[in-house]
Ligand binder design. Structure first.
Ligand SMILES: Cc1ncc(COP(=O)(O)O)c(C=O)c1O
Length: 357
């Protein structure tokens, strides 16, 4: 039975993408072999690699002022790579809006004078601090934000505008809504939510930012290493990059990120409206800061929450357990979650409420 998979990551991928990969799995493009088997130095793979980069550029409107890099180590490795590459004055400000934002902040502290310019920890990360009220220090290298907070279900609807470079962890909302790349010096994202299977991390970085890594920066973490070899310095995660290419083709056919955003707003709207109109379920996040990708909710009774997760799974709605830092439930509804999946979840929520109110 095909289930609706609400996992926060790795996450559901578009069915069309999976079918296409399945069709070509053994014999890709009449090469007589699978993408999983071929040399990353060969012509067939090179076309995949270049198309994936070109499609990302096209979809996100990434100009030639930026490199698009494919690296490994997950978004977590970027918690190190960002300070190691960008701290030239030795100072950066971080906005701490959740667990991953905090991890990025803690890692960066090893490499310089790092300060939390704002945080939403006081209310268990249920909101995004007012960007207009954010005060950043003078003479810093960059400001780091997390555009969507996967665990807590918040997102920036307005970006801070520091005079320093803006760096964003966009792992859980890349390709889900229109973003002006030009506002950022660097964007990074683990692929395993909106792009591809795990193993690939996308880095979009302004070309003029990569020339001055710290002396201790490992060769593999230098953006300049990856940039000068078009992300082929060593063996890249070829299959994930191939899947990223297929996802980008799917997204382009659908009408691009603008269309995707409309669909995402509609899908999230259905779920939030249902929760807000029910006296049984509650979403703890400030309405203005709600994520389009991750929707946490609770019944207010831990036993009922556990029963919900169990019963939902029996009904083909899986991976709805909330993160341990929040509890309750969380529906991750990335680009690939079809509207039918949202409707099936809402129907189940109604039924569960009837049985347990
Ligand atoms: C916003 C965000 N940042 C960073 C990470 C860590 O990513 P990875 O597991 O690729 O290191 C995650 C993982 O879910 C995430 O959601």
């Amino acid at each position: 039975m095909k289930v609706y998979n609400f996992s926060a990551g790795p996450s559901t991928l578009p069915e069309e993408v999976l079918l296409s990969a399945q069709k070509d799995f053994i014999n890709y493009n009449n090469s007589g072999m699978s993408v999983t088997e071929m040399s990353h130095r060969g012509k067939v793979y090179d076309e995949i690699h270049c198309e994936a980069i070109a499609l990302l550029r096209e979809l996100m409107g990434i100009s030639e002022d930026y490199h698009v890099l494919f690296v490994q180590g997950g978004a977590s490795m970027q918690f190190e790579a960002v300070p190691l590459n960008l701290l030239t004055k030795g100072k950066a400000d971080y906005v701490v809006t959740g667990n991953f934002a905090k991890k990025a902040f803690e890692e960066a502290k090893k490499y310089g004078d790092i300060v939390a310019a704002a945080s939403s920890k006081d209310k268990n990360f249920t909101y995004i601090p007012d960007v207009d009220a954010m005060k950043f220090r003078e003479d810093i290298d960059y400001v780091h934000i997390t555009t969507n907070n996967t665990i807590f279900g918040t997102r920036y609807t307005k970006l801070p505008t520091p005079s320093a470079t803006l760096v964003a962890d966009m792992s859980s909302n890349i390709l889900s809504e229109v973003m002006d790349v030009n506002k950022f010096g660097l964007i990074y994202a683990g692929a395993q939510k909106n792009i591809a299977p795990a193993g690939l991390t996308v880095v979009i970085v302004k070309k003029d930012l990569i020339g001055n890594p710290m002396a201790i920066c490992p060769t593999m973490l230098k953006y300049s290493t990856q940039a000068s070899d078009n992300s082929l310095y060593n063996t890249p995660p070829c299959f994930s990059i191939y899947m990223a290419m297929l996802t980008c083709r799917w997204l382009k056919k659908l009408g691009g990120i603008k269309e995707m955003q409309k669909i995402n707003e509609y899908k999230a709207g259905l779920l939030y409206d249902f929760i807000d109109n029910s006296a049984f379920y509650k979403n703890p996040v400030d309405r203005t800061d709600r994520s389009l990708m991750n929707v946490p909710f609770v019944t207010g009774n831990e036993e009922l929450d556990a029963l919900f997760v169990k019963e939902a799974a029996k009904n083909g709605l899986v991976s709805l357990k909330g993160h341990r830092l929040v509890g309750g439930m969380r529906a991750s509804i990335y680009n690939a979650m079809p509207i039918e999946g949202i409707n099936a979840l809402i129907d189940f929520m109604k039924e569960f409420q009837q049985k347990n109110k």
